[in-house]
Design a binder for this molecule. Structure first.
Ligand SMILES: CC(C)(COP(=O)(O)OP(=O)(O)OC[C@H]1O[C@@H](n2cnc3c(N)ncnc32)[C@H](O)[C@@H]1OP(=O)(O)O)[C@@H](O)C(=O)NCCC(=O)NCCS
Length: 166
């Protein structure tokens, strides 16, 4: 993959990448996200995560963080995927998810799950474009036009649950 500033490199992150990533998530998401990226993700799930950076630069232009479930070894969970606003729509998000999925497959996962807020059409369009399907099974109800599950993480928290094969 190459961008205007040179090639984009994918690599496995390490714990030392945490400060750089937590420092950009609020800007990349446009809302408070730091609480969703505590250091433990880079301590315990770096091997099932992916970072994108420009060749010759130490700063990230994207990342995908997730894990293969200990309790459900055939399942992987994609916690966060984000790309710098100045590098979007160039295929970096897709490349991150593709790599993340193949790493999860190598570790034995055969299904992947993620969630997104029903009022975030860009995130939903992206996740669908990279192969996730919206769970529209029993118990879902349409919110902003997308089948959603209510009270997912707490009362009043609505989420779209999405799945794809690994
Ligand atoms: C969502 C996000 C990761 C996409 O990253 P990206 O590098 O721009 O994505 P890609 O260039 O690989 O896009 C792949 C496809 O997804 C779809 N897509 C991506 N961004 C989209 C958007 N804003 N609106 C509609 N569709 C979009 C398109 O089909 C795109 O293919 P195309 O560019 O050929 O049309 C990025 O916009 C982002 O970081 N957003 C904030 C964080 C977020 O919402 N993360 C997802 C939920 S955790």
């Amino acid at each position: 993959m190459s961008g205007r500033e040179g090639a984009i490199r994918l690599r496995t992150p390490v714990e030392e990448d945490h400060a750089g990533l937590v420092g950009v998530v609020d800007e990349w998401w446009g809302r408070h996200m730091q609480a969703s990226l505590p250091r433990l993700w880079l301590q315990h799930f770096a091997g099932t995560s992916v970072m994108a950076e420009r060749d010759g630069s130490a700063s990230a232009v994207g990342f995908a963080i997730g894990f293969v479930s200990q309790d459900r070894p055939a399942e992987a969970y994609l916690h966060l995927v984000g790309v710098s606003p100045s590098h979007r729509r160039r295929g970096i998000g897709r490349a991150l998810v593709d790599r993340w999925i193949s790493q999860a497959h190598e570790r034995g996962a055969r299904h992947a799950t993620t969630i997104a807020w029903p009022g975030d059409p860009a995130a939903l369009a992206f996740l669908r474009a990279v192969g996730f399907r919206v769970d529209d099974g029993p118990g879902t109800r349409p919110l902003y036009g997308t089948p959603s599950r209510t009270d997912w993480n707490r009362e009043g928290d609505d989420q779209v649950v999405l799945h794809r094969d690994c």
